[in-house]
Design a protein around this ligand. Structure first.
Ligand SMILES: NC(=O)c1ccc[n+]([C@@H]2O[C@H](COP(=O)([O-])OP(=O)(O)OC[C@H]3O[C@@H](n4cnc5c(N)ncnc54)[C@H](O)[C@@H]3O)[C@@H](O)[C@H]2O)c1
Ligand SMILES: [Zn+2]
Length: 354
């Protein structure tokens, strides 16, 4: 696939304060700013000079475990108590949890008000804030309740990443690697040339958004091609959901689960989709060098497999995967059996690529 020369018009890779001032010069009735406790501390102060004095600040607890209906209720209550009408505008200032949940609350409040995403994590900048997928987790299942609706604008300022903990930045890097693996072989080669911490973020972010935006533009509602963005996510989501129910120390960040998912699904890609063995091993070796800690234990395999049938990507009884034919090229709707999924997890645990 070739890359588009420009970002989509509504995605602005610009310094946040002047860009926001400009965006807020268009009319709206009242502004609500949604943060979590961390972005209230680290990011909200950076915006204040661009915000009108009468804005409503809604702050929710940080973390994936709060991306649930109960938190939405507190958001809708704050909006209702402040008397926000249908011309109100919402700013979602935070990571993927805030852009997914804030967008969901905005898109459903009074049948939908406008919202702008100000993503503050690498993961949200390259992935979650782009493409219109909004939602929350439900009864332990990831993104189980939600809808598609586009942010009016997405302002991406890499400056926000300065306060982001390294573990979170590395989590976002998983989606950067995924974008390269599914659609851009040259970028995949380039990423391997230097330690991930030393990559130039502005250009990495721009490139990575370009890949996602191009795929989304071709298939906005995920009827087909967009499914390739789910590479690593079938087993990755199963693992993330399972761990979300365990003790807080066992929880995985989204990108960590996806990194493990991409290793397992590289094995499935080799088994089912023609990924050459040498490439399979290179991918696994690279991902396991960035994420050396084991994300799945042998005894967790049955619980992770049990999570697969609830995945949204299923049709009928088959579990469907998005797999690589080679690095830089992916296909979707590839069925694999539970036994093959188990073998993939075992290959990951035993580091079969070594
Ligand atoms: N909609 C989509 O297309 C899409 C795509 C990928 C992921 N997602 C979703 O995104 C979520 C994960 O996103 P995430 O990794 O950004 O998680 P997150 O929103 O929980 O943010 C990670 C942590 O970093 C903190 N934080 C955010 N910005 C900060 C900053 N600048 N400085 C310091 N701390 C900061 C947050 O408070 C949180 O503790 C998952 O729920 C996933 O399902 C959605
Ligand atoms: Zn993801």
């Amino acid at each position: 696939m070739s890359l588009p020369p420009n970002l989509p018009e509504h995605v602005l890779l610009e310094p946040v304060v002047p860009t926001l001032r400009h965006l807020l010069s268009a009319p709206y009735s009242r502004l609500a700013v949604l943060t979590d406790t961390n972005t209230a501390l680290h990011c909200y102060p950076l915006l204040r000079e661009a915000l009108p004095a009468d804005h409503l600040h809604i702050c929710v607890p940080a973390g994936e475990e709060h991306k649930i209906l109960e938190t939405c209720i507190t958001i809708w209550q704050a909006m209702t108590q402040a008397g926000l009408d249908r011309k109100a505008l919402m700013l979602n200032l935070g990571g993927g949890v805030i852009t997914d949940m804030g967008g969901f609350c905005a898109a459903t409040y009074k049948r939908g008000i406008r919202f702008i995403n100000l993503p503050t994590t690498l993961l949200a900048q390259v992935d979650a804030s782009i493409g219109g997928k909004l939602g929350i987790d439900f009864e332990g299942y990831k993104n189980h309740i939600g809808l598609f609706d586009d942010a009016e604008a997405v302002v991406i300022d890499p400056h926000f990443l300065k306060t982001l903990p390294e573990r979170e930045r590395r989590s976002g890097y998983a989606e950067v690697v995924k974008h390269a693996l599914i659609a851009d072989r040259e970028q995949w080669e380039a990423l391997q040339q230097q330690p991930w911490q030393e990559l130039g973020w502005r250009s990495i972010i721009e490139h990575s958004i370009g890949i996602k935006a191009m795929i989304v533009a071709r298939d906005p509602l995920e009827r087909g091609l967009r499914k390739i963005l789910n590479f690593g996510h079938t087993l990755g989501h199963a693992l993330e959901s399972y761990r979300l129910e365990q003790t807080p120390e066992k929880r995985l960040l989204h990108g960590e689960a996806i990194a493990a998912g991409m290793i397992c699904e590289s094995w499935l890609s080799w088994k089912k989709a023609g990924l050459p063995e040498a490439e399979r091993n290179t991918i696994a070796r690279y991902l396991s060098s960035v994420w050396p800690e084991p994300m799945v234990l042998e005894e967790e395999i049955p619980a992770v497999l049990d999570r697969l049938p609830q995945d949204k990507k299923n049709e009928g009884q088959q579990v469907l995967y998005s797999l690589l034919q080679q690095a830089g090229e992916a296909s979707y709707n590839c069925a694999a059996s539970q036994d093959e999924a188990r073998q993939a997890l075992e290959w990951y645990i035993k580091k079969g690529w070594q």
